[in-house]
Ligand binder design. Structure first.
Ligand SMILES: Nc1ncnc2c1ncn2[C@@H]1O[C@H](COP(=O)(O)OP(=O)(O)OP(=O)(O)O)[C@@H](O)[C@H]1O
Ligand SMILES: O=P(O)(O)OC[C@H]1O[C@H](OP(=O)(O)O)[C@H](O)[C@@H]1O
Length: 184
């Protein structure tokens, strides 16, 4: 049986990467998609493939991305190697821009979408505490917080204002309603 591509979306700072890692830690059949990003390698946060803009453009021209988009002055790509992992039956978690969900649905077919939410005050506090961006960049990210999902996208809304463990429990219950998939 082929695996499912599972999109995780929501405003910057809501906790997408943190929740995705916690989900993988809790449920062994889930794996993370490693994104290609035109961000310097030392920025911290998620594990990603850091490339220059010319390298990214070359990879794109060579058809190496299943999906790509731009946000926050950066380019993001999802490598076509995900198709092999899906064919092997892995369920994959991918951090996507909300703007690319229509294209993702067209590319990957039936694709659960987890939309994480938190209040603007929580988002700001988390971005400031994370410290990856400066104040202007944080303001720009917060200005995008209310970006609407494209039409036709039926997302699973999960509030990530509380403990990560609660978010993980709710996400796994939505993704795997029939069984307990945790390691314990
Ligand atoms: N439920 C939570 N409770 C407390 N802190 C959290 C929670 N979820 C995430 N955080 C913290 O919030 C910060 C932002 O989380 P993270 O980097 O995962 O967000 P993100 O949605 O991936 O952001 P971006 O889109 O900007 O990459 C991190 O410092 C993380 O530790
Ligand atoms: O606001 P929207 O378009 O939904 O998201 C835009 C981008 O913001 C985040 O980037 P990063 O993880 O901070 O590099 C997401 O991963 C996405 O690629």
């Amino acid at each position: 049986m082929t695996g499912r591509m599972i999109a995780v979306v929501g405003p910057s700072g809501v906790g997408k990467d943190t929740v995705m890692q916690a989900l993988v830690d809790a449920a062994p059949q889930l794996s993370l998609v490693r994104r290609v990003i035109t961000r310097t390698a030392d920025a911290g946060g998620e594990d990603y493939d850091a490339v220059s803009v010319p390298m990214f453009m070359g990879m794109q021209a060579a058809g190496e991305f299943a999906l790509s988009w731009q946000a926050h002055g950066l380019r993001y790509g999802i490598p076509v190697s995900v198709d092999t992992e899906l064919a092997q039956g892995c369920d994959l978690l991918v951090n996507l821009s909300r703007s690319v969900l229509g294209a993702a649905k067209a590319r990957f077919g039936a694709m659960p979408v987890l939309l994480l939410t938190a209040s603007p005050a929580v988002l700001r506090a988390r971005l400031m505490a994370r410290g990856r961006e400066d104040g202007h960049e944080i303001d720009a990210r917060l200005a995008r917080a209310g970006f609407a999902l494209p039409g036709g996208i039926n997302a699973i809304h999960i509030d990530n204002s509380g403990p990560i463990a609660d978010t993980v429990q709710r996400a796994l219950a939505a993704l795997y309603p029939q069984k307990d998939v945790t390691q314990t």
